[in-house]
Design a protein around this ligand. Sequence first.
Ligand SMILES: NC(=O)c1ccc[n+]([C@@H]2O[C@H](COP(=O)([O-])OP(=O)(O)OC[C@H]3O[C@@H](n4cnc5c(N)ncnc54)[C@H](O)[C@@H]3O)[C@@H](O)[C@H]2O)c1
Length: 125
Amino acid sequence: MIFLTGAAGFIGANFVHQWLGQMDEPVLVLDALTYAGNLESLAPVASDPRYHFAQLDICDRPAVAALLAQHRPRALLHFAAESHVDRSIHGPGDFIRTNVQGTFELLEATRAYWAALPAPEKAAF
Ligand SMILES: NC(=O)c1ccc[n+]([C@@H]2O[C@H](COP(=O)([O-])OP(=O)(O)OC[C@H]3O[C@@H](n4cnc5c(N)ncnc54)[C@H](O)[C@@H]3O)[C@@H](O)[C@H]2O)c1
């Protein structure tokens, strides 16, 4: 299984469709569903048994850690972001929170998960 953040966004949703169209491996996806997230873009794969969705904020390290422990992915792709440049001028705080703090929390949760993996899984992550 691979783990992907920001799946309801432009890049993430397109990645999920391409992944499930080409690979047998399941995908665990996370998205906070902000104004930028559109769950409709994932509707065509919602009933696919290889697809697992969690509505979560990447800033919530304990919740991300619990998700990692439950699903035990072998890779992480991080697409969750505040991405609209005009909004960064009018509301920069959200950008710092998600893009800086959120990325840090996600990486720390992932690092702790990775550190506890058995050697072969750790080497392959
Ligand atoms: N769109 C492009 O052409 C493009 C090109 C190059 C790089 N990128 C980069 O790829 C990444 C994704 O871009 P995009 O266009 O898909 O963005 P987007 O705004 O379409 O999607 C971002 C997604 O992240 C989610 N999100 C926001 N904050 C979150 C949080 N705190 N926790 C969990 N989910 C959260 C949103 O709900 C949304 O679904 C960004 O880093 C962007 O800079 C995009």
